[in-house]
Design a protein around this ligand. Structure first.
Ligand code: ADP
Ligand code: ZN
Length: 712
């Protein structure tokens, strides 16, 4: 518990975040107890903090092993802008500089070192003799498993670290791993009774849409129109072939869009220059093969379009996951043609794992052809049940009619159970339809009760219904057991009659009608020249250029949005903005506060500024609690507390008695006397043994300041 309290202080101090995202605290706690951990979190879920914070709290150094060399520079850059000693080692750094970094490391001057597995393994003795890391974090851990979608043989050598540093806890992270892969990762890395953390893969801020059977010319027209609607925003267009990335980029440029292309055929120097241009917003739209993106940490990618069908769900999810990491609404569109399918099947013919790859491709097709909420399918694929349709996918916007399919489901699932979950899909359909196929008879499946229970449906109909069931997460396919079907716990509940399931009428699965799009449930970010957000983007850009880092590393879009909404005009207000840690407040605080004041001065009458506070005041006077106001206004509770402090200091509220006790005020007074940095909450919080919450300290400070003013 002490560990997590301390972690919370450091989270604010170094990263400027007020609270943890789901599971972050749990993982940090586990690592601080020296336990191994296997964490599955979606892209953008916030994995980095899970090992960066323990690295700050533990003595000595943390090694971060990642195959994504291109990402290291950005991640280390981001750590440095937050005042954290981090470095990376890879071939892009000259030898003498590498020696220097190694020396600093031995002298314990570095808290986090990023490096690739090859790098570590090629000099393993050197590392072994000079370092004893406190923690080893392994990113993209699915690369170690042949069941994953991105197997890298060099990763399998990583098992050595267990022998070399037997006492160092190992934390494995991945954004994609089905159950088979999960087991394999833990085995291969020799994790010791690891804590398994599976975060929700739901990314509600990403809209989902599939467009089927659209011809090439029309597709390009649609994509162009789509991008033009989002003029100031960044996005990625994934294409199947190198040639098509170039064609797409040319088309877009002809339409006045700042587009570039990227594929593995471009030499590596040029590739990293292109990535840099994208990160720094010099190229707005990147037309790329899937080689692009692994090295992209840009948090404000606003859309991802797949102009062709992806190979599998893991890849697809990772690719769309590159949009909206900052949590703001972002759009994803998948185009798919039968031609794509033929081409992908062809690729698979030559692959070493043909059968597995084809099966994974099938799941992708099933997703694209689905007639129920796409997010339900996506999450079911990653082993998660979502009960209600999402409202932010094309199917939800144009729902199909359904019927209670529980009986149909029970027939199918009991077929699976009665064959001891050893049966595959086609044989199951034969069983349900009572076929006299030789294989069925040999296995004595014709003696089962479910034999022929689904005679009334054709093979093709069963295929479609089973597809819906699979997509609903009622059963799963075990790739490592000859594609045997396994009933999930959700499936068992339906089988026992404890839950009902709706299925879509097959005749309702209509051909796709392009461009029929209802209003989105959220506002589209328009390109307006006079918004404060855009103004602040300009301010951020200047810092980015001066420091030679991407703009989103200076401050994220989410932080700029928050600034534009809250309009803080003093450092004490700025402290409440998510994303401003101590280091960034010192570095950028004054400039942003000044620029916001400037902007308000020239764009708004002074009364507008008071507006957000007045709204809160209004609700307080009506008797609403802070929590209720926070919900009503969709603002953080901490923000409402800061409004209270402001309103109190302006004399709009007479007393804060309802929120703080005299005892708290006295304690904070004493703490203010004893600590030098009066304005910063974190030192006060620490001084007070972390026993008084931030928001209470904040209110006490308002009271103390008012008393001081009155005394003077
Ligand atoms: P992942 O590695 O899982 O894809 P990151 O670690 O890059 O995700 O985090 C994604 C984004 O979320 C980053 O911009 C990061 O700064 C932000 N973030 C992480 N943790 C928090 C938090 N507790 N509060 C607010 N933002 C966070
Ligand atoms: Zn949906």
């Amino acid at each position: 518990m002490q560990a997590t309290k301390n972690a919370q202080v450091l989270l604010k101090k170094y990263f400027g975040y007020e609270s943890f995202r789901p599971h972050q605290e749990e993982i940090i706690d586990c690592l601080m107890q020296q336990k191994d951990c296997l964490a599955l979190m979606p892209t953008g879920g916030g994995k980095s903090i899970c090992f960066q914070l323990p690295a700050l709290m533990l003595p000595g150094i943390t090694l971060v092993i990642s195959p994504l060399i291109a990402l290291m520079k950005d991640q280390v850059g981001a750590l440095k802008t937050n005042g954290i000693a981090a470095e990376f080692l890879n071939s892009s750094i000259p030898q003498n500089q590498q020696d220097e970094i190694f020396e600093q490391m031995v002298q314990q001057k570095i808290k986090l070192l990023y490096l690739s597995p090859e790098r570590l393994l090629s000099q393993i003795d050197h590392f072994k003799n000079h370092l004893n890391p406190s923690l080893i974090a392994i990113d993209e851990a699915h690369c170690i498993s042949q069941w994953g979608h991105d197997f890298r043989p060099e990763y399998t050598q990583l098992a050595q670290i267990r022998h070399i540093w037997p006492n160092t806890p190992v934390a494995a992270f991945t954004a994609t791993a089905d159950k088979t892969t999960r087991k394999d990762i833990a085995n291969q890395l020799k994790l010791r009774d690891p804590k398994l953390v599976v975060a929700s893969f739901n990314r509600p801020n990403l809209s989902l849409e599939v467009r089927f059977g659209i011809k090439k010319k029309k597709k390009i027209e649609e994509i162009t129109a789509f991008i033009k609607k989002r003029k100031a925003e960044s996005g990625i267009i994934y294409c199947l072939s190198r040639k098509s990335t170039e064609e797409m980029a040319t088309e877009l440029k002809l339409n006045g869009i700042q587009a570039g292309f990227y594929h593995a055929g471009i030499d590596s120097e040029e590739r990293s220059r292109i990535q840099d241009d994208f990160s720094n917003d010099r190229i707005k739209v990147m037309c790329a093969t899937i080689a692009f993106g692994m090295g992209i940490d840009k948090s404000n990618v606003r859309f991802v379009v797949h102009s062709n069908m992806p190979k599998n769900m893991e890849g697809f999810y990772q690719e769309i996951g590159r949009a909206g990491r900052d949590g703001l609404p972002s759009d994803t569109v998948l185009y798919f043609n039968l031609g794509d399918l033929v081409m992908l099947k062809n690729f698979n013919e030559d692959s070493a794992q043909k059968e597995l790859n084809n099966e994974k491709l099938n799941r992708m097709v099933q997703y694209a052809e689905a007639s129920i909420c796409r997010r339900i399918i996506l999450l079911a694929y990653f082993g998660e049940n979502m009960e209600n349709p999402c409202g932010n996918c094309d199917v939800c916007r144009e729902p199909r009619s359904t019927f209670d399919g529980s009986i149909l489901v029970q027939k199918a699932l009991s077929g699976i159970m009665r064959t001891e979950e050893k049966i595959g899909i086609n044989l199951l359909i034969d069983l349900l339809r009572g076929s006299h196929r030789k294989e069925l008879i040999e296995l004595k499946y014709n003696q089962l009760k479910t034999f022929g229970a689904g005679k009334d449906l054709s093979f093709a109909q069963w295929q479609q219904y089973l597809l819906q069931m699979l997509n609903r997460g009622l059963f799963d396919i075990a790739y490592d057991e000859g594609y045997a079907l396994k009933v999930t716990s959700f499936g068992k509940e339906v089988l026992l009659g404890q839950k009902k399931v709706d299925l879509v009428h097959l005749e309702e699965v209509k051909p796709y009608e392009p461009f029929k799009k209802k209003a989105l449930p959220y506002e589209i970010v328009e390109d307006s020249n006079n918004s404060l957000f855009d103004y602040l983007r300009g301010v951020r850009r200047q810092f980015a250029e001066k420091e030679n880092v991407p703009a989103y590393i200076v401050l994220s879009d989410a932080t700029l949005k928050e600034l534009a909404k809250q309009k803080p005009i003093s450092i004490s207000e700025l402290i409440h903005i998510d994303g401003f840690g101590e280091f960034k407040i010192k570095k950028y605080g004054n400039t942003f506060v000044k620029e916001i004041k400037n902007w308000i001065g020239s764009n708004e009458s002074p009364t507008v500024k008071i507006d957000t506070y007045t709204q809160t005041l209004h609700l307080i006077k009506k008797g609403y609690s802070v929590q209720e106001i926070s919900e009503k206004r969709t603002l953080h509770e901490t923000t409402i507390y800061s409004h209270l402090a402001y309103l109190y200091s302006k004399g709009e509220i007479d007393s804060l008695e309802a929120y703080v006790s005299n005892n708290d005020i006295n304690l904070v007074k004493e703490a203010v006397k004893q600590t030098k940095e009066k304005k910063l909450l974190a030192p006060l919080f620490s001084y007070l043994n972390e026993e008084i919450p931030f928001h209470v300290i904040r209110l006490c400070l308002a009271i103390i300041q008012k008393e001081e003013r009155e005394e003077n």
